[in-house]
Ligand binder design. Structure first.
Ligand code: F6R
Length: 608
């Protein structure tokens, strides 16, 4: 978690860094800070709370001429959100400043060692320990690069760090180990950052650093060195095609609503180049060289896990591949991973940096299992470490709550199922063609449906905003959507919500139903509808209020019906998903919650 940025160039550096931090705020936002050189010393300004608090403080600072600076936006791991724990942290002698994303696992040991020789600490952070360890080696006579590398070699854990020193105020130093760090190469300026949008207005030329690499960057030069022995490394620059507009709100009130409305485009982008002429097969060259797995283990967290649960139905039903879906934090610590010789692990992650998912990937790879990654962020750790990677191509997702990323994951899972179904001849070309045509029609259908779905979500939010708890019920592929609907509602509006398999209600949870405990039922027109209808009636018999997401002409009587365009299952999920997202968005917005940055959360969960 946390976002870091460093800048060495020719512009006033602090505004560049603060602007970059704004685009990194999705990574954490409980405090922020910057450091810059000023009259031979390092000036550090930090503030608890969101970036606006830091900006207020900076308005008083004499920073206009600094052309090198670094900044940090924090999601607390060690130490409560407070100014003293905010980054940058200074070394005791004030000559070094450090910002850090990650966790130094042995920091207490190092802290004890440094305390014993007179170092003092003013925060509870591991970062302050690390900057003093670098200072200790510097004072022992090592040059700055060696001191930096020696300290990092002694630190165990995950980090992306950026360092400044009073002796070289025009230089930024940075390094990574198991946390993202990207170098932006401009003209007369260089950037290092946790994510590309931080410097996208200035350059599209990037280099993705590898674990165990260190950078020294000045306005006009950079070098990449191996942490191990400080030998230079040559890396290719890559050009990023993202549109800067894509990383902005584009006229919407929040990133979340913009990202919900982007879903038709996400689907059409995802389909581009993937449909064979005549629409009789799906093209996924990423899978061409891999055998169809005997068993697929899908591993992910949160919303990505829900995509996996949904995808299981298609992979089993269409492609005939048996699928297990598991939460990454459980999978990674299973005593024995029973992975067969011809099994495959599929890790799903929007960010490609989720610590548990990455650890699960590594564990599976250690056992010699092929790990396929389904990721949105190009060059992310999961993308680089997987045996093969399929990008979901949803574009940058800024809102903390995942929306369009799930849609893109579901699309890719549908295409994988169709691809394997076609390859194994389990589905004939005309059956494939039918599903491909449905996928192909989705963008236009959704584009047309979204405005009225948004309006219905708004109406319903006014009726239900006072509820303290919600059930979300679904069956079959809609069970995954019920879980996702409940997750979205609780994370955005802080209303307690539970996603349940509709058939499980009578085994206990139905005891909770009363007139003040509403149920959001996924009652789409599919084979399981009669069963869902019975479960709804059971809720109504206990005076429970019901909103039903259903299709026109479906025979169902509930308190609040929400008709969405009909589509055969399981692809009907592509119309149900935005309805769930819009309902949560409207509930949270109506209740005055911070939609894009809900409390206690961060976009990219790079710690366990
Ligand atoms: C919920 C949400 C999270 C993420 C989860 C996994 O709206 O965004 O539950 O889905 O933290 O993140 P990724 O997909 O980046 O691995």
């Amino acid at each position: 978690m946390c976002g870091i940025i460093g800048y060495a160039g020719h512009r006033p550096a602090v505004p560049v860094v603060v602007e970059g931090l704004r685009r990194l705020e999705y990574r954490g936002y409980d405090s922020a800070g910057v450091a810059f050189g000023w009259q031979g010393r390092l000036c550090v300004v930090r503030a608890k709370g969101k970036l606006a608090a830091l900006e207020e403080k900076l308005a008083q600072e004499p920073m206009a001429t600094a052309t090198c600076a670094m900044g940090h936006t924090r999601w607390a791991t060690h130490g409560i959100p407070a100014e003293r724990n905010a980054h940058p942290h200074l070394s005791n002698d004030g000559t070094l400043a450090l910002v850090h994303n990650g966790i130094i696992e042995n920091y207490q040991e190092i802290r004890a060692r440094l305390s014993a020789i007179g170092y003092s600490f003013h925060s509870e952070t591991d970062t302050e320990v690390l900057v003093n360890l670098i200072s200790y080696h510097r004072r022992g006579g090592q040059d700055i690069l060696s001191a930096f590398a020696t300290a990092l070699r002694e630190a165990h854990g995950a980090y992306a760090v950026c360092l400044m020193e009073t002796a070289s105020p025009e230089v930024i130093y940075a390094a990574r180990m198991a946390a993202p760090l990207i170098l932006g190469v401009g003209t007369g300026e260089h950037f290092v950052a946790s994510d590309i949008p931080a410097f996208l207005p200035y350059t599209r030329q990037v280099i993705f650093l590898e674990d165990g690499e260190l950078i020294r960057a000045t306005p006009n030069s950079y070098k990449i060195l191996r942490l191990e022995d400080l030998q230079p490394v040559t890396r290719q620059e890559q050009t990023i095609q993202w549109d800067i507009q894509a990383a902005q709100k584009g006229g919407y009130r929040h990133f979340m609503i913009k990202e919900i409305f982007e879903q038709p485009r996400v689907i059409s982008d995802g389909l581009t180049g993937r449909i064979a002429p005549g629409k009789r097969a799906i093209l996924l060259p990423e899978l061409d060289g891999l055998p169809i797995p005997e068993r697929l283990h899908i591993v992910a967290c949160g919303t990505s896990y829900h995509s996996g649960l949904w995808g299981r139905h298609l992979l089993e039903h269409w492609a005939g591949v048996p699928v297990q879906v598991e939460i990454a934090s459980e999978f990674r610590y299973r005593e024995r991973l029973l992975l067969g010789k011809n099994d495959m692990v599929l890790v799903i992650s929007q960010s490609g940096e989720t610590a548990d998912t990455l650890a699960a990937l590594r564990r599976a790879r250690q056992q010699g299992t092929t790990v396929l990654g389904l990721c949105n962020v190009v060059g992310s750790s999961i993308a680089r470490e997987a045996s093969a990677i399929i990008y979901t191509q949803a574009g940058p997702e800024i809102s903390v709550a995942s929306t369009k990323a799930m849609c893109s994951q579901m699309l890719m899972l549908s295409m994988m199922a169709l691809y394997w179904a076609g390859r194994s001849a389990r589905m004939n070309a005309s059956a494939c063609q039918k599903q491909i045509a449905l996928l192909d029609d989705l963008p236009a259908m959704l584009e047309e449906a979204l405005p009225s779905m948004h309006e219905r979500a708004r109406q319903l939010s006014r009726i239900y905003a006072q509820a303290a708890s919600f059930f979300y019920l679904g069956r079959g592929h809609c069970f995954a959507l019920a879980l996702e609907g409940a997750l979205k509602l609780k994370e955005l509006s802080y209303i307690h919500a539970e996603g349940y398999s509709a058939g499980e209600m009578k085994h206990g949870p139905i005891a909770l139903i009363d007139p003040d405990f509403p149920t959001f039922a996924l009652a789409l027109d599919d084979d399981l509808f009669p069963k869902v209808k019975s479960n709804i009636v059971e809720v109504q018999a206990r005076q429970g209020k019901v909103i039903a997401l259903t299709n026109p002409h479906v025979d169902l009587h509930v308190d609040d019906r929400w008709d969405i365009p009909s589509l055969p299952a399981p692809l009907s999920a592509f119309t149900a998903l935005p309805a769930l997202q819009l309902f949560s968005y409207e509930m949270a917005d109506y209740l005055g919650k911070d939609v894009d940055q809900p409390r206690n959360l961060a976009k990219s969960v790079t710690v366990e």
